[in-house]
Design a protein around this ligand. Sequence first.
Ligand code: GRF
Length: 200
Amino acid sequence: MLTVAVLISGTGSNLRALLDAAADPEFPARVVVVGADREADGFAHAEEYGIPTFMVPFAQFASREEWGTELGAQLDVWRPDLVVLSGLMRLLPADLVDAWSPRIINTHPAYLPEFPGAHGVRDALAADVAQTGASVIIVDNGVDSGPILAQERVPVLPGDDEHALHERIKPVERRLLIDVVRRVATGDLDLAAVSASAQL
Ligand code: GRF
């Protein structure tokens, strides 16, 4: 059984979907802990499932590096097989990424490498594209620049605003995330191999 830590900042709807999927005894992964950089609404989903939570408030640390050291210490307590960044709105310090890579993945509401960064949905709308998408990637030390594990196109519809488009992307993001976690757990998807071939 693959053990997973999920890191969030917000409502945790992707987390919720993963928890619901993992509640199926046939699903080959379990969420063992949920962490956040703030008092995130998404903690409620973890609590509902009786899953432990931890918070490492970014604002209380003098630097990103010190924050990352504490976040890493919390993850070390649980020693998950995989770390999922699911709406964590913080860049991780390089030491932490290096410690977990390639066993650390991120979901993103755009078709990477298009529209990386914190405003992927807004940026796609501003660029007036006909389609955007959702991606799941291995985290590296760039901004949403790691190897792509799964992605799918989502059309931009007339009249879309940021909220409407994001709400249409999120179900795709959730489906891709659950599928990637399942494939990592079954061994169908080898993160180390993907990462190594991306570095060739
Ligand atoms: C997701 O689209 C994620 O990729 C983005 O923020 C959203 C998080 O939503 N960075 P939620 O917290 O899972 O509801």
